[in-house]
Design a binder for this molecule. Sequence first.
Ligand code: HEM
Length: 170
Amino acid sequence: MSRLSPTGRKALLTLHLVTSLGWLGADLVLLTLGVAGLRGADPESVYPTAGLLVTYLFAPLSVAVWLVGVASALLTPWGLLRWRWVLVKFAITTVMLGLVLLLLTPTVRRLGDLAPDLTARDRLDLVIPPAVSSTLLIIATVLSTYKPWGRLRRATAPASRRAVPAGRRA
Ligand code: HEM
């Protein structure tokens, strides 16, 4: 099912790349701030800055990445539930969206409020989650370019009429 003109599809792919890789970039900035805080940088600069970044960039981008990613699947011949690499990326992004909105955002804002009275244990809350999520997003990027593992189920349409996604063509 492809409902987009070639120009529309390129525009959607561009939006998908800008949002998803922008999300990875923002995540790496959060990790950098977390490492700086752990190494003794001024907590009254580091944690309120991280709170602003999470609230106004990272959390909104999480929602945008999910929506544009789902649109990129549903509006192209890839589909959401046809190819394992798409489904795994969907799962990663959905779990991350939930964790960012329900756990990471309130935690990082609390760190901003508590600075400068933070323990080393508190400071790890801005190191471990961004390290794990950046790794997941790098895995999502690799899955996107290599597209491993094949299809989940066969198409029912005759082979001659079946839409073959551009990335699968020889
Ligand atoms: C809801 C989650 C996501 C879904 C359903 C999804 C789905 C898709 C689909 C269907 C395409 C192909 C688009 C086309 O050919 O026009 C694509 C491309 C791509 N996606 Fe995602 N994506 C998701 C999240 C992500 C994330 C989190 C990243 C990286 C951080 C990412 C990185 C990429 C890249 C780099 C491409 C370009 C691959 C290429 O053109 O060879 N995606 N995605």
